[in-house]
Write a protein that binds this ligand. Structure first.
Ligand code: PLP
Length: 391
């Protein structure tokens, strides 16, 4: 298979697999007081140190979760409950219009069920939030803002947000800012401590060579979200639940090399991505690269194919053994245009006719060559089918 969908998930690194395999053979609940429990606890604390090192955080700022979705929910709901609980005037939740659904949907749920007022910050044509727009939104009434959430890098079009500038604005008004860095860690330099204004940051293991089902929310000192999960009081009572020791060890075993090799890896992916875009343009001259040409994830190429339905094109490529993705979610067989592209000002046809190719650790020049050979005929067939349907 030619796998061009690393933004969806990555293969588990061999060192992470070996670490998890060993750990799955052991017995021990990290909350138990006996020797086996203490050994499991040591594994968790070592993993916490590794994850903290990788993110430029302190170990006591890392709260383990079962992945990115859970960490995002904890950040958005937990910070909202804490802030509005302390001052009922704080009801506004500012999120960018291009967030992942793991941020957008909890925010909308808070609006539907809990009286929150959600404002979506607009983005420019490249998908970036302008710091002045955040400033204007907060200045309208700094006293009623509960939190801000803007992702580090977009999972669809790959645009990198001006996180430092946004965090500075939020800090100036004393508003906690969360950032979903799921796509950024291992691809871009992510240093939590360098952004004094950041209150919370989400990371997920399976996007960087670790297992599905492990992640973390980094919380700056003094930031205390109300828990979403209540129970045994693990993770400083912020996130109850028996810790998944083997997965956390796998997470740590993956995140260390992913971050240590990041610069070299990113350089290679950037070159390969440029190759990919060139190959697609050669076969389909009117394909358009969406997002920011420079400020984007190194492995991300998101392209619009005028006159095509993205889903149809995806299936034609899949038949050739090439795996990629559309941003549009399919519900009841009807493709919905990507909210990210619509927020960037794209028309519905572009939003429905785009594909994401995402490169990763396993990607090689042969993958790009295979796509270059397959994309021209696939686009031709998708255009013919689309034209027939329209007539
Ligand atoms: N946030 C972003 C930006 C993502 O790309 C994803 C995964 O697609 C998530 C959150 C959800 O993470 P997880 O799959 O670990 O729940």
């Amino acid at each position: 298979m030619v796998y061009l969908d690393h933004a969806a998930t990555t293969s588990v690194r061999p060192e992470a697999l070996a670490a998890m395999t060993e750990e799955f053979g052991r017995l021990g609940n990290a909350s138990s007081l006996h020797g086996a429990g203490r050994a499991a606890r040591r594994v968790v604390e070592e993993a916490r140190e590794d994850v903290a090192w990788a993110l430029g955080a302190s170990p006591n700022e890392v709260v383990f979760t079962a992945g990115g979705t859970e960490a995002d929910n904890l950040a958005v709901k937990g910070l909202y409950w804490a802030r509005s609980g302390a001052d009922p005037r704080r009801r506004r939740v500012l999120v960018s219009a291009v967030e992942h659904h793991a941020v957008l949907d909890p925010a909308r749920w808070l609006a539907d069920r809990q009286g929150a007022v959600v404002e979506e910050l607009p983005v420019d044509a490249r998908g970036a939030v302008r710091p002045q727009d955040l400033r204007a939104a907060i200045e309208r009434d700094p006293g009623d803002v509960a939190l801000v959430s803007v992702m580090w890098a977009n999972n669809e079009v790959g645009t990198v947000q001006p996180v430092a500038a946004l965090a500075e604005v939020a800090a100036e008004f004393g508003v906690p800012m969360h950032t979903d860095a799921v796509q950024a860690v291992g691809a871009l330099p992510v240093d939590f401590s360098a952004h004094g204004g950041l209150a919370a940051l989400t990371v997920s293991a399976h996007k960087l060579g670790g297992p599905v089902g492990a992640g973390a929310l980094v919380l700056a000192r003094g930031v205390d979200p109300v828990p979403v999960l209540h129970g045994g009081g693990q993770e400083r009572d912020v996130r109850s639940g028996t810790l998944t020791v083997p997965l956390l060890r796998g997470f740590a075993a993956a995140v260390r090399p992913a971050v240590a090799e990041r610069a070299e890896h990113a350089e290679r992916l950037r070159g390969l991505r440029e190759e990919l875009v060139r190959a697609v343009h050669k076969a389909v001259p009117d394909a358009v690269l969406n997002g920011d040409p420079q400020e984007r994830l190194p492995g991300n190429a998101h392209l619009a194919f005028p006159g095509c339905e993205g889903d149809a094109l995806l299936m034609l490529l899949d038949a050739q053994g090439i795996a990629c993705s559309t941003g549009s979610a399919c519900s009841a067989g009807v493709a919905r245009p990507s909210h990210v592209l619509l927020a960037m000002g794209a028309d519905t046809d572009t939003a429905l006719g785009s594909l994401r190719f995402s490169l990763g650790r396993d990607s090689a020049p042969e993958d790009v060559e295979a796509l270059g050979a397959a994309i021209g005929p696939a686009v031709e067939r998708a255009r013919a089918a689309h034209g027939t349907r329209r007539r």
